[in-house]
Design a protein around this ligand. Structure first.
Ligand code: PMP
Length: 444
């Protein structure tokens, strides 16, 4: 007989390795056990209710407990629980979802490839960039530029494009081919008197300098989130994306828009690329694509990206890549239904309509003595707190205080981030911020 107590919490500590914790500390502190969800709320095993202010991991657009997704999953499980798309096979749900994504894409796209996670998708985009450069007879054009504080996942290639020390330390990352340019953090990095447009120009100049130092013929692609999420919610300043795209075009560098958080309505348009006038060659989507009810992500690529890859596979005789779960019928069926619901209920419009209220609450809290500034757009935002002693700890203290007040948010350094489900109502926004305000007061 095991001497591990029979609770979920104790068995969790005994058997499970958790992401984003100090593993040794976790052995004693353990986890909050979430038992069920309903709308914008989740409940722990004692029945305590929490406002899910981060929509899980920036992802549960429809909130918790959307029955239609469960029904579609069950029907697909009963009809065809699994099939693959290798070697000239296919199935309806993957085709329907691919077609839907092409139809709603913000710019003309040609082909879709499904993966199970955002990390895998970004990893594959790197492989495709390398494959494509080889196809074009440019074997040196392999370097990838990401941004400091950018987040693109944790696989070896995606983790290397990520610009966060916590995801690199002791993993021997980043790979040599991955370079990082500045984070467009206008709030903290602007020079005295520098306008947003001037700051954006400076960011583009920095990027150009990096490209010239490395050699333009060695740079394949630039990866960027339209709004940086996991690094602490950084909304690009005026003209940022226009200036960045000008430099990328000048040096024939591909643009990969990582819309894993911004996709499907988060910034008030279906895609962040529309909000900021981004014209990506490749787009990566996940999270709100299926409200995280199923693990799924997708890469959308334009014809100019696809064509050399197709030619190269014809030369070799096969495209030597594929995941068992790519286009999984249950995941694709659930995602399609999820997108239909986002459209039917006009959740993108809901985000647009409620955003001023969400941002006004952030403005209000930005006047609190503990808060340095706020960032936000659509229904995603962050409060940057004044450092509490050593920099980088204030966010965690705030997240604990918020949890006490019944709100789950995400701390990143000194920032506290919010990104509630897109189904949220005006009253729920007011209630969430009232609790966040009480949490700030608790910090003393
Ligand atoms: N890109 C972005 C912009 C993300 O926010 C995330 C996840 N937070 C990823 C990629 C990685 O996705 P996953 O966790 O599904 O691998």
């Amino acid at each position: 007989m095991s001497d591990i107590p029979n609770s979920i919490e104790a068995r969790d500590r005994a058997y499970q390795l958790h992401p984003l914790v100090d593993l040794r500390r976790h052995e004693t502190t353990g986890s909050l056990v979430i038992d069920r969800g309903e709308g914008v709320y989740v409940f722990d095993t004692d029945g305590k209710r929490y406002f899910e202010g981060l929509a899980g991991l920036w992802s549960v657009a429809l909130g918790f407990g959307e029955k239609r997704l469960g029904e579609v999953a069950k029907a697909q499980m009963d009809k065809l629980p699994y099939y693959h798309i290798f070697s000239h096979k296919t199935h309806g749900p993957s085709v329907e979802l691919a077609e839907k994504l092409i139809q709603i894409a913000p710019v003309p796209m040609s082909k879709v490839h499904f993966t199970s996670s955002g990390s895998e998708a970004n990893d594959l985009v790197v492989k495709l960039c390398w494959y494509r450069s080889n196809a074009l007879g440019k074997p040196d054009k392999k370097k990838i530029i990401g941004r400091i504080k950018g987040y693109h996942g944790v696989t070896i290639a995606a983790g290397s494009i990520t610009g966060l020390a916590r995801n690199h330390a002791s993993f021997d990352l980043p790979l040599d081919r991955m370079k990082h340019t500045a984070c467009p953090d206008y709030g903290s990095m602007a020079l005295p008197g520098e306008s947003e447009a001037e700051f954006s120009l400076r960011m583009a100049d920095d990027l150009e300098k990096l490209i010239l130092e490395e050699g333009p013929d060695t740079i394949a692609a630039f990866f960027g989130e339209p709004v940086m999420g996991s690094g602490g919610v950084y909304v690009p300043p005026e003209n940022y994306w226009q200036e960045i795209q000008r430099v990328l075009r000048k040096y024939d560098v591909l643009l990969v828009a990582d819309e894993v958080i911004t996709g499907f309505g988060r910034t008030g348009n279906m895609f962040g690329s529309t909000t900021f006038g981004i014209e990506p060659d490749v787009m990566v989507v996940s999270k709100q694509m299926a409200s995280s009810y199923m693990p799924i992500a997708a890469i959308l690529m334009n014809e100019g990206f696809y064509a050399p890859i197709a030619d190269e596979s014809a030369r070799i005789g096969v495209f030597g890549h594929g995941y068992t779960a790519s286009g999984h019928p249950v995941a694709t069926a659930v995602s399609l239904e999820n997108i239909k619901i986002i459209e039917e209920r006009d959740l993108v419009g809901n985000c647009r309509r409620l955003s001023p209220r969400f941002l006004a609450h952030l403005d209000d809290l930005a006047r609190h003595p503990k808060v340095k500034l706020r960032r936000g757009i659509g229904l995603i935002g962050a409060l940057e707190l004044h450092p509490d002693g050593e920099p980088g700890r204030a966010g965690a203290a705030m997240a604990s205080a918020a949890l006490e007040e019944g709100v789950i948010g995400r701390s990143v350094g000194d920032a506290f981030c919010l990104c509630p489900p897109l189904i949220i109502t005006a009253d729920e926004i007011d209630a969430m911020f009232a609790a966040v305000g009480r949490a700030l007061d608790r910090l003393g």
